[in-house]
Design a binder for this molecule. Structure first.
Ligand code: F6R
Length: 241
């Protein structure tokens, strides 16, 4: 595990974008595993700038997002489909058919989850997986528990995640109670994993992930067993290491 600490969240975004860019340059048809939330926004802004300047090309890559809420329309202002369009996809030269986000409205959610995993394997697995980390140590929506779940699955969101995500909705009551999330298997099968954490609020989760035993109570701790993982932190998120 490599840990890089930067002064600011903006620098974290620049460094993370450079690492993703290097995948696209070395392998234009890379399979990118992408995340939503506040943490990757500076990374996406840097990737957009690099694409606009001609430094990187998205036209041959394929993307798979980590997760989506269950039961909100794709065009809902808080859907992860919409987030990705607004924060990245609408601004780069990616093909629409290359974009994949889990279906939170499938008639058969288990079948949709299975098909999502199969599609990733068929694409050759993820080359670079971008992750944020929850205050409770979740990655994707793999919430703290007594096991690591391998496959894509429907998750009951914990109280802490619902509270943390209320900031995107009108009220806590509006936050969906379930999500569909990639499991730990597809994340661990990625050739490289980049975890971004910024702000003091993430310091304890980062400390637990890096320093406690590998334990499903902190799902991010499994990353310590990955052969190629980089934690990109600002000083505040690294303050308890
Ligand atoms: C988002 C995701 C989540 C977030 C995490 C941190 O696709 O999978 O694990 O990365 O909740 O969210 P932010 O970055 O908003 O603090």
């Amino acid at each position: 595990m490599e840990i890089r600490v930067f002064d600011t969240a903006e620098q974290v975004g620049q460094a993370t974008a450079v690492l993703i860019a290097s995948h696209l340059i070395n392998k234009p048809e890379s399979v990118l595993g992408l995340a939503t939330g506040s943490s990757p926004i500076p990374t996406y802004q840097n990737l957009i700038a690099m694409n606009k300047s001609g430094a990187i090309d998205f036209s041959k890559c394929v993307t798979y997002n980590l997760d989506e809420y269950v039961g909100i329309p794709v065009d809902h202002e808080c859907s992860y489909h919409r987030f990705m369009d607004e924060e990245l996809f609408n601004h780069v030269n990616i093909r629409r058919e290359a974009i994949h986000v889990p279906d939170g409205n499938a008639a058969d959610m288990d079948a949709a989850a299975k098909a999502y995993d199969e599609a990733i394997v068929e694409a050759g697995n993820i080359d670079v997986q971008l992750l944020g980390i929850g205050h409770n140590g979740h990655i994707g929506f793999n919430e703290p528990g007594d096991k690591f779940v391998y496959g894509c699955h429907v998750v009951n969101l914990t109280k802490s995640t619902i509270e943390a995500n209320t900031r995107f909705f009108d009220s806590e009551a509006d936050v969906p109670r379930q999500a569909i999330s990639l499991g730990i298997g597809s994340i661990m099968n990625a050739k490289q994993v980049l975890l971004i954490a910024t702000g003091e609020g993430k310091a304890e989760a980062v400390r637990a992930a890096v320093q406690d035993d590998v334990n499903p109570a902190c799902q991010a701790s499994i990353l310590r067993t990955h052969p190629n993982v980089v934690f990109l932190l600002d000083k505040a998120a690294a303050s308890k290491l």
